[in-house]
Design a protein around this ligand. Structure first.
Ligand code: GLC
Ligand code: CA
Length: 553
């Protein structure tokens, strides 16, 4: 570890992190072959630094047949050639560190591609051999019958027949993604050695893909098993022994209590995505009622001191509706995916801005909630400028289109042949690169991009957002959500109108009597709080962040 790395990896840095998730493939193409690459990404680091994010999470960049956009890995210790070389990767990591940004990479450890040499070897190896046992096999396809299917639109079973092995293999995702068998100690050793490989390049963290499904056992639903948690503790011990400050981020699409278990006693993952909170933020603005958010935050129990939730609005997958009731799912589908092509599996394949009908007020409101609720926020590339999506592209590709840098050729993403691009840039009248791009928004002080910058800058001045407790404040109007984030004596009241019409609310702020709220976006002083309910009025989707100040008469 060099000095910068040591500084960047101070204890629990992940609690302060603002994460930006991106696809190298779709970010910036430096050599004109139509694919984004590490060289291009390195060139855009100043943009990311200027945005105010401090951690970059990269989607998979490993060699792969790309039948699941790289989540089907062929070789864990190399880089798919169109993205560059290991040397380019190293240059990128160092350049990110030099700008005080950290790098989190994907570790797709539940499964490999069926083209991976381990799987090819396994199919040909004798049954019962350690080589065969890299994966999970069965003579019948009725074992583990309690286990749900995740990709319901494309898979009928979690078992597929392999004619070479003469047996069925287990897969939680696509049938070309056989699950690794963590009952085999050699698989664990292989995993630890892959981790060390990337750690030696200086990466600061791993997102552990599909982590609830790592270990299987009969007569269970094969999710969140104690064996899986044991494995994670083992991984964590390895990290802590040699790479302190490197973090694990769990992708566990589970209810809060099960997701929370991935923190262990502070001895498993440092972070976990808060999957159930996300759809409830969308539900709250759709219904103009705070209840879905309040209930979910209150249902989320405290987590170990050294851990942190990762919260998000959108990512590279469909907006998942696995952690909602059936009625809530139907509500979400009817509201946000009335065009049925936007539905995929149990979710919605759309980006933030189109979900909000390109309504700037609602986009701001959602971002203001994301940036003020407890957890480290994860921003999805392109959402800072309000990029659109393209359902025609199949699977989840419609939300992974090239970053829109300018109104120039290929949206400034690549100067290559438009027919040879990784994916076509969005080019329609409303969301296309001619209308929505970084260059135009850089030059417009009122743009969404500049609003996000300002908001992140304000957020970074108050540790309460990253580290503070949350306490809901009583408001007599259900359309208004109000909560205080508090840390070391700094109290920030976050309050928002979730509805589409103007609203007023009386807040119970007796505890702050004689204090004066100061609005953080503009700096204006609000009326001093008295003993009586404190009235605030709001525009549709309006919000305030108010810092409490002692007021001397
Ligand atoms: C995770 C990824 C998703 C991928 C799946 C299978 O859920 O986020 O993109 O398809 O794992 O690897
Ligand atoms: Ca390229």
């Amino acid at each position: 570890m060099n000095r910068t790395e040591r500084e960047l990896r101070y204890p629990s840095w992940h609690k302060d992190a603002v994460i930006y998730q991106l696809h190298v493939k779709s970010f910036f193409d430096a050599n004109g072959d139509g694919f984004g690459d590490f060289e291009g990404l390195t060139q855009k680091l100043d943009y990311l630094a200027s945005l105010g994010v401090d951690t970059i999470w990269l989607l998979p960049f490993y060699p792969s047949p790309k039948r699941d956009d790289g989540y089907d890995v062929l070789d864990y210790e190399s880089i798919s050639p169109e993205f560059g070389t290991l040397a380019d990767f190293k240059v990128f990591v160092d350049a990110a560190h030099a700008r005080r940004m950290r790098v989190i990479i994907e570790l797709v450890i539940n499964h490999t591609s069926d083209q991976h040499p381990w799987f090819q070897r396994a199919r040909h190896a004798p049954a019962g051999s350690p080589e065969r046992d890299f994966y999970v096999w069965s003579d019948t396809d009725d074992k583990f019958a309690e286990t749900r299917i995740i990709f319901v639109d494309s898979e009928r079973s979690n078992w597929s027949w392999d004619p070479v092995a003469g047996a069925y293999f287990w897969h939680r995702f696509y049938s070309h993604q056989p699950d690794l068998n963590y009952h085999n100690p050699e698989v664990i050793e292989a995993l630890l050695s892959i981790m060390r490989f990337w750690l030696d390049f200086g990466v600061d963290g791993f997102r552990l893909d599909a982590v609830p499904y790592l270990v299987e056992r009969e007569n269970t639903n094969n999710e969140n098993l104690p064996e899986t948690h044991e494995l994670l503790k083992r991984i964590r011990r390895t990290l802590d022994a040699s790479y302190p400050g490197v973090i694990l981020l769990a992708e566990a699409n589970q209810w809060p209590d099960e997701a929370r278990d991935y923190f262990g006693k502070g001895d498993e993952c440092h972070m976990a995505f808060h999957f159930p909170l996300m759809p409830r933020i969308f539900m709250a603005v759709a219904t103009g009622d705070r209840q879905p958010i309040v209930t979910m935050v209150e249902q989320t129990h405290d987590i170990p001191e050294n851990c942190q939730w990762a919260i998000f609005l959108r990512n590279h997958d469909e907006l998942t509706l696995e952690m909602v009731t059936e009625a809530e799912r139907n509500f979400m589908w009817n509201t946000y995916a009335s065009d049925e092509r936007a539905r995929l599996n149990l979710g919605i394949r759309r980006r933030l801005s189109p979900l909000m009908d390109q309504d700037r007020r609602r986009v701001e409101l959602l971002q203001a909630l994301l940036l003020s609720l407890p957890g480290s926020p994860v921003l999805y590339y392109g959402d800072e400028i309000g990029m659109g999506d393209n359902v025609e592209l199949g699977d989840r590709n419609g939300v992974r289109t090239p970053m829109q840098w300018s109104d120039g050729r290929n949206g400034g993403f690549s100067n290559g042949d438009p027919d040879a691009l990784a994916l076509p840039p969005i080019d329609d009248a409303r969301y296309g690169f001619r209308a929505v791009n970084v260059e135009v928004q850089e030059n417009d002080p009122h743009s969404l991009l500049n609003w996000i910058r300002r908001t992140l800058a304000i957020r970074s001045e108050h540790e309460a957002f990253a580290r503070g407790h949350i306490r809901f404040v009583d408001a007599d109007n259900a359309a208004v959500i109000a909560y205080v984030r508090e840390y070391r004596g700094d109290h920030v009241l976050c309050v928002a109108n979730l509805s589409k019409v103007p609203q007023a609310a009386d807040l119970d702020l007796r505890g702050y009597a004689d204090q004066r709220p100061r609005e953080l976006f503009g700096g204006a002083a609000f009326p001093v709080i008295g003993k009586r309910p404190y009235t605030l009025t709001f525009q549709p989707y309006g919000y305030f962040w108010l810092q409490m100040e002692r007021h001397s008469r």
